[in-house]
Design a protein around this ligand. Sequence first.
Ligand SMILES: Cc1cc2nc3c(=O)[nH]c(=O)nc-3n(C[C@H](O)[C@H](O)[C@H](O)COP(=O)(O)OP(=O)(O)OC[C@H]3O[C@@H](n4cnc5c(N)ncnc54)[C@H](O)[C@@H]3O)c2cc1C
Length: 437
Amino acid sequence: MAQAAEPGRIEERSFWQATMPPMPDRSGRPLPDAADVVVVGGGLTGLSAARRAAELGASVALLEGEQIGWGASTRNGGMCHPGYKQALSVLVREHGEAKAHRLYRETIDAFEHVAELCATRIDADFVRSGHVALAYAPSHAAGYAAAVDALQALDMPAHVVEREDLREEIGTDAYFGGIVVERSAGLHPGKLIAGLAALAEGAGAVLHEETPALRVRPQADGRSVVETSRGAIQARDVIVGTNGYTGGLTPSLRRRILAINSYIVVTEPLPPSVAAEVSPRGRMFFDSKNFLYYWRLTPDGRMLFGGRASMWPTSVARAASILRRAIIAVHPQLAATRVEYAWGGRVAFTFDRMPHVGRADGVTYATGCCGSGVAVMPWLGMRLAEWVGGAAPPALASLRFPLVPAPYEGRAWFLPLAGEYWKAKDRLAAREASRAG
Ligand SMILES: Cc1cc2nc3c(=O)[nH]c(=O)nc-3n(C[C@H](O)[C@H](O)[C@H](O)COP(=O)(O)OP(=O)(O)OC[C@H]3O[C@@H](n4cnc5c(N)ncnc54)[C@H](O)[C@@H]3O)c2cc1C
């Protein structure tokens, strides 16, 4: 087996944050007494909502507790794709074909919305690379032909790749087949956030950093008072986009979301021949484990590799060493490649593996992307602004938002137990894989 290189010094910081355009300091700006729309959260959801609300003529104050983009929006893999965490076949089974297709089409619209923004207004290294979903065990590939049929019915070009042909897509023999989905793209999340912030400001929204919203008090006249660390703002509407960082501001949302850490490492740049061997067509990859891996090349040819290291509390350094071993297991040709960046971020999981939009706690919200939000959250943010402006809500608003079925007020004590269960299922799949060779 290949000998691993010494890890060396790893920068514990998002590679995207380290390589994004410098951002102005947006802290300390005077807060207004009143605004038509107050947006809470300065990520993909909040910035898009702020931009659209301002374009529709509203006065907009956006409140971000840290810095613009500080949350998952500059910590993700930059894999922009239609679709939800929940499989299309499950949506069809649960909601019938017509509603499932309406729900799914929203993610295609969402993807094309980001594609259009990146083609016309934001340079975010957007490349329509397509992705490959990979079977970790032979049985995981069983439904692939039906999944491809379901995608094609929605005008989503896709095809099955048999195990013996996988080398045309990826430089490893670790998987048992895959589905290539053409309509997806890699992008630079930091550049996307910088662009969205500039568009929101260009439309007239005012962005306030280091300004956590502490409480929303609905008033008798239908307006709300948003209390912040720096004073209160009267708002006609409050839009919340806090996703995996949702806290006590919206207690009923917190009761419906599990915030789970996901971690990413980025290596030094790969020699071009190695990059071409690992990803001959420049695709992005996910595997089919519960503790899944996701990986791609960055615009400058590094390996970006992510996964959920553990449900137990862990450090970035420990997660980095787990992910480094995972890279080498999948791509032994990277055994001597150094990891240069490592970081973590919070993903908001919901009990039905679907994002949700709606009204609760005096606010209008979009949340719970379950790790698939780069396409859908900017679009949902925009649609929330249109909804509070009088347009119809997105189809997602018709879904019931299930409670997490355990006594839970923000600290998910049961997560490590659930994690052990999912890990045990992955171990069974690994046994099946090793028996199949
Ligand atoms: C490691 C990782 C990898 C991922 N990879 C992918 C991927 O490759 N593809 C994909 O589609 N999706 C991916 N995702 C998911 C994607 O990043 C998210 O869906 C998306 O960024 C969510 O955007 P958001 O604006 O809703 O939330 P966030 O970007 O998380 O922003 C929420 C913001 O709200 C702020 N906030 C919270 N409470 C308050 C308050 N009370 N007052 C003021 N501000 C507050 C927080 O500071 C934070 O900045 C990944 C996520 C993670 C963590």
